[in-house]
Write a protein that binds this ligand. Structure first.
Ligand SMILES: Cc1cc2nc3c(=O)[nH]c(=O)nc-3n(C[C@H](O)[C@H](O)[C@H](O)COP(=O)(O)OP(=O)(O)OC[C@H]3O[C@@H](n4cnc5c(N)ncnc54)[C@H](O)[C@@H]3O)c2cc1C
Length: 374
């Protein structure tokens, strides 16, 4: 959270308040400690929320703008499309944190300080667990509900509600699915991963699925979870392959199909099909095998906020000025980042949009800065 006392010549009088002892804990753990910071292929289509707003934002501060900014400050992310196409990873997440630490030396930091409540009476009174901080302007950038162990709290939504904002339904996203009884066989495959296609709400995604002791996870499932609305999803376990081309000859099913034997045994048991010779398959057996191409099921739920990389939903973006991120309900109050109702797929899209929002907001706030550069 950023607060500022922008009286005459007081540009230095900006403070950052964070419950954590160190800056940017999510950046630190992101992308396996290599921070997947943006994506070559980013577009508004990678987001849930007001896509026109996202499009405008990405025009105002694009992935190229972000990369230029990072390069200028000594951080050089590289494309590594191993997990998701177009992803840019840094050499180390710590490089990004060090960069921000250097760039914010002039900002007073209240770390280990938890914001409990905010009141407005001519100016903002920010009540924390250690002190009262007073400010003319307040930027709320306190994220969503995911990963409370890294400092997440509901404070952004509490403040937003207090000042009359609508909060679009909050849910864990970029998270694994728990399964119902019929899919308990997934659990027996815990640790196994497979390249698949998923189908959800009219969208198709490709990537790696990881069977887990609670159900399924892995990059493609995380993105699928962003669009899931409690109904069914489907999985193609033989992506880019035709099932029929494997249904000839005398081999037994689990050997004929190009899938791990362990997987085939669990799958066959789940559809009650004996592992017999391909030549002995009946039409009914072939129908059962077709489920490999379109395995439809309703997940039971998801792994929850403790495992979700992000929170979908949030402060309604129609109630925010798109050119400044100032609340349309309350003067001098701004919301940026994950607390807003814009959520990206897995692959660097969430950092990109958080930085785009921060840039647009900061540019507007800079107009009030009496000293431009020091
Ligand atoms: C494990 C993990 C890995 C991820 N990897 C990636 C990735 O590689 N690429 C990507 O694009 N996205 C990734 N994300 C998502 C990304 O981290 C978030 O979308 C992004 O950090 C949101 O930025 P933000 O500034 O809005 O919120 P946050 O980064 O969550 O920052 C909010 C800050 O507010 C502080 N805060 C909260 N409540 C209070 C309070 N009451 N008082 C004081 N301070 C408070 C928190 O301590 C925190 O430091 C990952 C998320 C997780 C959990």
């Amino acid at each position: 959270m950023l607060a500022s006392n922008l009286d005459k010549n007081k540009y230095k009088n900006i403070c950052l308040i964070d419950t954590n002892a160190k800056l940017a804990p999510k950046i630190k753990v992101s992308g396996g400690a290599k921070c997947n910071i943006t994506n070559e292929l980013v577009s508004s289509k990678n987001y849930l929320g007001d896509r026109n707003f996202v499009k405008e934002l990405l025009e105002k501060f694009s992935k190229d703008d972000l990369l230029t900014f990072l390069n200028k400050n000594g951080v050089f992310p590289k494309i590594n499309p191993k997990i998701v196409k177009g992803t840019y990873f840094c050499n180390s997440s710590q490089d990004v944190i060090d960069m921000f630490t250097k760039l914010t030396t002039h900002i007073k930091k209240y770390l280990n300080t938890t914001v409990l409540d905010v009141e407005f009476n001519n100016h903002y009174k920010i009540k924390t667990d250690t002190k009262l901080i007073e400010a003319k302007k307040l930027v709320v950038a306190s994220g969503g509900l995911s990963y409370a162990m890294l400092g997440a709290s509901s404070i952004a939504f509490d403040i937003a509600k207090k000042f009359g904002h609508t909060i679009e339904k909050l849910e864990p996203a970029l998270v694994g699915f728990t399964v119902q009884k019929e899919q308990f066989w997934f659990k027996n495959l815990s640790g196994l991963s497979a390249p698949v296609h998923t189908f959800v709400e009219g969208k198709t995604f490709e990537g790696s699925l990881l069977f887990a002791h609670k159900g399924c996870s892995g990059p493609v499932i995380l993105t699928t979870s962003l669009y899931w609305k409690k109904g069914k999803i489907a999985i193609d376990f033989l992506p880019k392959k035709k099932l029929e081309s494997f249904l000839t000859g005398n081999k037994i099913i689990s050997t004929a199909l190009p899938l791990p034997k362990r997987f085939m045994q669990e799958f066959l048991a789940s559809v009650e099909l004996e592992d017999k010779s391909i030549s002995k398959l009946t039409n009914e057996d072939k129908e059962k095998l077709k489920r490999l191409k379109y395995y439809e099921f309703p997940p039971a739920g998801n792994f929850g906020y403790t495992k979700a990389e992000v929170t979908k939903g949030g402060v309604n973006t129609d109630e925010i000025d798109h050119n400044s991120f100032e609340s349309l309900k309350q003067k001098d109050l701004y919301f940026i980042g994950e607390c807003l109702d814009i959520t990206g797929e897995l692959g660097g899209f969430n950092f990109q949009i958080a930085f785009s929002e921060a840039f647009v907001c900061a540019k507007e706030l800079n107009k009030y800065r009496p000293i431009k550069d020091e």
